[in-house]
Design a protein around this ligand. Structure first.
Ligand SMILES: [Mn+2]
Length: 409
């Protein structure tokens, strides 16, 4: 029964990359790469599938950016599907909210493959191996829980559900075809190939695997997490191995650079470069478009605010790899002052300082309580695990002391 397949979603072929040109000083060749990035990512999937000789490829919706996809996108899509079918690799797809059914373009592109209907859940069997169930998104069903109706067809074969929608009420995304993780778990499938959420995430690691493969490419600075698809291998005992394969040729990101003891231009430059290089190291794209927000305390606060953005580009680009382009640079730095001297002269500040010291010595009880409350609502947006209590407490104290000094001046 061993089998292998590709799970991808949210390719957004033909996406116009609105606003990108204004954020980055792009030349024609950059713009060419940006505009064709969705195709490049798509072709990486096709080439990978052929190289690995997978049994089939699953597209979990938002394949094109719009129902009225341009001719070029449709032509690229059609060619890719032809390449797969020529190699005897089967192709299954559902439409998402961007390319919702009814959709003649998708129907044409998938005419020699399987595009699931939006009317009811259908099942296709690959004899001896798998059953793939799916239902396409359509506006009419946008508010309905269609996912809960998937059903296992037989005991033996590996069962996959192909679906586009918001599972588990993910914040920050339209609540299309909503269902809970529990609804999915009850359907007795082996693998849920989901689309809609652009960050890759496992809602369940096994029995069943419930996975958002994430988008195949980064579209703007708010989509800076690694983008790609999954190569899934299933053994004779239905053990599932999911490997993430990155596919985005370029990454847009917005980096916060919190200056620390940066009291010379060289030191500021070094700290900016180090943050950028760390980001590049932890990703795997051909090109990076990076916005910078520079904050923190520096004695050069006034000077850096006075520089014009063009000059800062020049300064910060020096020594960066050629595949990193800086975009907008926002300066939000603050000046420095001598905390000890200030606390000696100001009773309120001294009091405040000892309260913060107490909080630190007691292992941050107040801060932990506050964060627990925030975590309930914001765990999708803030990486609470990476918060340093020490750093946050120091920042809070410095900020209050700074406001106090401003009041007095
Ligand atoms: Mn999408």
């Amino acid at each position: 029964m061993a089998l292998s397949f590709i799970h991808c979603a949210d390719l957004h072929l033909g996406t116009p990359f609105k606003g990108v040109a204004g954020r980055f000083s792009t030349n024609d060749s950059d713009m060419y790469e940006i505009l064709h990035a969705p195709e490049t990512a798509f072709q990486k999937i096709i080439d990978f599938a052929i190289k690995k000789k997978v049994d089939f490829v699953l597209f979990a919706g938002d394949i094109t950016d719009s129902v009225n996809a341009n001719w070029r996108s449709i032509s690229i899509l059609t060619q890719g599907i032809e390449q797969l079918t020529k190699e005897n690799i089967k192709v299954f797809a559902v439409a998402g909210n961007h390319d919702a059914m009814p959709n003649q373009n998708l129907e044409k592109a998938f005419k020699n493959a399987t595009l699931f209907s939006h009317e009811k859940i259908e099942y296709h069997e690959i004899p001896g191996k798998a059953v793939i169930g799916g239902i396409s998104f359509c506006a009419e069903n946008a508010a309905k829980n269609t996912a809960k109706d998937f059903q296992r067809q037989n005991a033996d074969l590996f069962h996959i559900a192909l679906f586009h929608g918001n599972i588990g009420g993910r914040q920050g995304y339209d609540n299309y075809s909503p269902a809970s993780i529990g609804d999915l778990a009850k359907c007795n499938m082996d693998y849920w190939a989901l689309g809609h959420i652009h960050e890759t995430s496992f809602l369940s690691e096994k029995n069943p695997v419930i996975l958002y493969s994430g988008a195949t490419l980064s579209r703007d600075v708010n989509e800076s997490s690694p983008k790609g698809f999954y190569y899934v291998q299933v053994d004779d005992f239905k053990n599932v191995k999911c490997d993430f394969i990155s596919s985005s040729p370029l990454i847009f990101c917005r980096l916060n650079i919190h200056l620390k003891n940066a009291d010379s231009m060289t030191e500021i430059k070094n700290q900016v470069r180090e943050t950028i290089l760390n980001f590049v190291d932890s990703n795997n794209a051909d090109k990076y478009f990076i916005e910078l927000i520079i904050c923190g305390n520096t004695a050069l606060d006034r000077e850096i605010q006075e520089q014009n953005e063009e000059d800062l580009h020049f300064i910060f680009s020096e020594g960066l790899p050629a595949n990193c382009k800086t975009g907008r640079i926002k300066i939000q730095t603050e000046g420095t002052f001598d905390k000890d001297v200030f606390c000696r002269e100001n009773i309120f500040a001294a009091d405040l300082h000892s309260s913060f010291a107490e909080e630190k010595n007691a292992d941050f009880p107040l801060l932990k309580e506050e964060l627990a409350a925030l975590k309930r609502n914001y765990s999708n947006f803030i990486d609470f695990d990476s918060i340093s209590y020490e750093e946050l407490t120091n920042d809070a104290e410095n900020e209050i002391l700074r406001l106090l000094t401003e009041d007095m001046s």
